[in-house]
Ligand binder design. Structure first.
Ligand SMILES: [Zn+2]
Ligand SMILES: [Zn+2]
Length: 119
């Protein structure tokens, strides 16, 4: 998985449009919403990955695993990530108060997404 796709899946799972997230992410006067939106969009289209401080800020609003993101940026083997929602070991989905699990042996689809696909 590409790092930008990972961020997009995590953002969508958190229920934000890019613009909504940019407004949360912005912290005037240092970073206005427009700048934040450009930065987040550039990261999602694999143009410019988020730096460490941007990752820390993003994690306040979007649950994502910075270790996984870092590995994806560097092209190193990363922990398993659901290809549909971007959940992983530290950021599982909640289904009826239980965390999701892997629905396939390749660990590319979680049980929450498998149920949604079957429905
Ligand atoms: Zn999933
Ligand atoms: Zn899941």
């Amino acid at each position: 998985m590409k790092p930008g796709l990972y961020l997009r899946l995590r953002r969508e799972k958190a229920g934000y449009t890019l613009r909504e997230l940019a407004y949360q992410f912005a912290s005037p006067p240092t970073v206005d919403a427009e700048t934040a939106e450009r930065m987040l969009a550039a990261a999602e289209i694999e143009q410019a990955p988020l730096d460490a401080s941007a990752q820390m800020r993003l994690a306040l609003f979007v649950p994502f695993d910075r270790a996984i993101y870092g590995h994806l940026i560097e092209g190193l083997p990363a922990a398993s990530v659901c290809g549909t929602c971007g959940c992983s070991w530290h950021d599982p989905c909640r289904v009826a108060n239980s965390p999701c699990a892997w629905a396939n042996p390749q660990e590319t689809l979680c049980t929450a997404c498998a149920v949604r696909k079957a429905a």
